[in-house]
Design a protein around this ligand. Structure first.
Ligand code: GLN
Length: 548
């Protein structure tokens, strides 16, 4: 039987509940326990698939094709496990299930209410992964305690705390302990208030994790323990860290894992095995070189919109012992006049995924620069589609080639809507989603990168490469080096005459983890390193001849 840890948040959003949950899970996993994490989100959308990245950051897609919250990305990156549909539940999903059951007549004439019907469904879902052979299921509750929307979730936690044996259910509450410059003091009042609010809802936290800019003194810990009714050892300091990947080690120093194990009466565990993790951190902290990579997208001002891509760069940089400086370039502001200037400082270029017309002309200009100048290029999903359009226009001379997503009447639809998408009208959950097999062409760059001929990668798109043009593309130098063996859809394109030019219809960033950096990103950064070295030897021919 699994044990359950709930992670709630107080005072303010963005305290890093996802990272704290993932760090705790990592430590428990490193001690030999089978752990998974799930996220319960209070919003009414059935899933975040229909949310604009401005609203909610990146939409993370699981192997089984669920469109989920970006925190699931952190869980996978930290734990190197696959999450599923079941790991992300929203209020929308809960209500949808209950309302569907009501329509079927399952409630036998009863009045359907938040308590017990909605809370019962929440509890059922909270316990669901407990039947999958895990020792511990961590549940992160989205939102902040005190929000109207989170109340049913908190109520469900209260009921579970009451129903389950005491040692099978634990509540970790994350709060903020702000530093007031004028008073030169850390303030505990917001923490006291948020714990009080939890208690008013009948939930008493067992552990309080305090997000803080300054170290917590023993007095502050004592004060929080006293006012919040927890043992002093259960007051955990979560100081700001230079990278999220430091947080598991910081939590280990604070003994968060040990306290959880003790409270849950778990005795079978070993010392944490974190060798790979520590090796990664060492490489991350002490890089031997640096490259500058341009990330071209239209949500550039948002940190969270390209979360998985940025993290994949961190993983790939570390393994290459190379600092990856990402320059965000807004595709809407790339023009014929400034493209050279904007690209000239880069060692590589990644064109990001996306939807709709905005900013695509800039993306196409950027691809053209990379193709012509031999700058390493990596296109993901829409980025790959833009590389196809650019090649069609400039090399195949199909001047008005386009994607029917942006121009439904284009005479040369080199990117076209997939056949089985044509009848679909609903927007939610209807794209080509989740993991598909891809067969790689022998001798291609993709084969060199993956080192195998059959891969599986995750998708999230409606449009595809139009195979009617494939012969023309291949005879002009852009090849399809990866295809779906069942549907024949083109999944990878590359230009063999270019030092590194690859576009993928899928999202490799979703599968990059600390312990398994994605090979495409690893090779892309390595190509950026080569390009940067070449650039400096051209700039410094003297140095080069002296070295010879
Ligand atoms: N808008 C494109 C499509 O639906 C690309 C999607 C993406 O980049 N994820 O095919």
């Amino acid at each position: 039987m699994a044990k359950f840890i709930f992670v709630t948040g107080g005072v303010t959003s963005s305290l890093g509940k996802g990272i704290i949950s993932a760090s705790l899970a990592k430590l428990l996993q490193a001690r030999g326990l089978r752990v998974t994490i799930q996220k319960f989100d209070p919003y009414i959308n059935v899933d975040p698939g229909t949310l604009n990245p401005y609203e909610h950051g990146e939409c993370y897609v699981t192997e089984d094709g669920a469109e989920t919250d970006l925190d699931l990305g952190h869980y996978e990156r930290f734990l190197s496990i696959f999450t599923t549909q079941a790991n992300n539940v929203t209020t929308g999903k809960i209500y949808q299930t209950v309302i569907n059951k009501e329509r079927e007549g399952a409630y036998l004439g009863k009045t359907v209410q938040v308590v017990p019907h909605i809370t019962d469904e929440i509890k059922r879902r909270m316990k669901l992964l407990g039947n999958e052979g895990y020792d511990i299921v961590i549940t992160e509750i989205g939102g902040t305690v005190g929000d109207i929307e989170s109340l049913p979730f908190i109520e469900a936690v209260r009921q579970l705390q009451w129903e389950l044996p005491e040692e099978d259910c634990l509540v970790v509450h994350l709060t903020l302990v702000p530093y007031l410059k004028a008073a030169k003091e850390l303030k505990t009042k917001p923490t006291q208030h948020s714990v009080k609010m939890m208690s008013e809802n009948g939930v008493h936290p067992d552990i309080i994790v305090c997000r803080t800019e300054r170290p917590l003194s023993p007095e502050i810990r004592r004060k929080i323990a006293l006012f919040c009714n927890v043992k002093q050892e259960a007051v955990i300091e979560a100081a700001d860290a230079p990278t999220i990947y430091e947080v598991p080690l910081a939590m280990m120093r604070e003994k968060l894992d040990v306290i959880c194990l003790k409270k849950m009466n778990i005795t079978k565990y070993h010392e944490p095995e974190l060798m790979l993790w520590k090796e990664f951190l060492d490489k991350l902290k002490y890089p031997k070189s640096k490259v500058t990579v341009g990330l071209i997208g239209k949500y550039i001002e948002l940190q969270d919109a390209y979360k998985s891509i940025l993290e994949a760069f961190v993983h790939a940089g570390a393994i290459n012992e190379c600092k990856v400086e990402v320059v965000n370039i807004h595709s809407e502001f790339i023009t014929d006049d400034n493209v050279d200037e904007k690209m000239s400082t880069l060692d590589a270029l990644l064109v990001a995924p996306g939807f709709g017309h905005r900013g695509i002309d800039g993306k196409i200009l950027a691809v053209k620069y990379a193709r012509e100048k031999g700058l390493p290029f990596f296109g993901i999903c829409l980025g790959m589609q833009m590389s196809v359009i650019e090649f069609a226009r400039d090399v195949l001379n199909l001047r008005n080639a386009h994607s029917t997503e942006m121009n439904p009447d284009t005479p040369n639809p080199v990117i076209d809507l997939m056949e089985d998408q044509k009848k679909i009208t609903d927007k939610g959950g209807t794209m080509r989603l989740g993991s598909y097999t891809c067969e790689i062409k022998p001798g291609s760059l993709a084969e060199k990168i993956y080192g195998t001929s059959l891969i599986r990668e995750r998708h999230r798109h409606r449009w595809e490469f139009n195979n009617n043009y494939l012969v023309d593309f291949e005879s002009h130098g852009m090849i399809a080096s990866g295809k779906n063996p069942d549907s024949n859809l083109v999944e990878i394109v590359e230009i063999p005459s270019h030092p590194f030019f690859i576009g993928v219809q899928y999202h490799p960033e979703l599968k990059s983890t600390v312990e398994n950096p994605h090979p495409l990103f690893v090779h892309f950064i390595s190509a950026a390193k080569d390009y940067s070295e070449q650039k400096s030897s051209v700039k410094n021919p003297l140095l080069q001849s002296e070295m010879i």
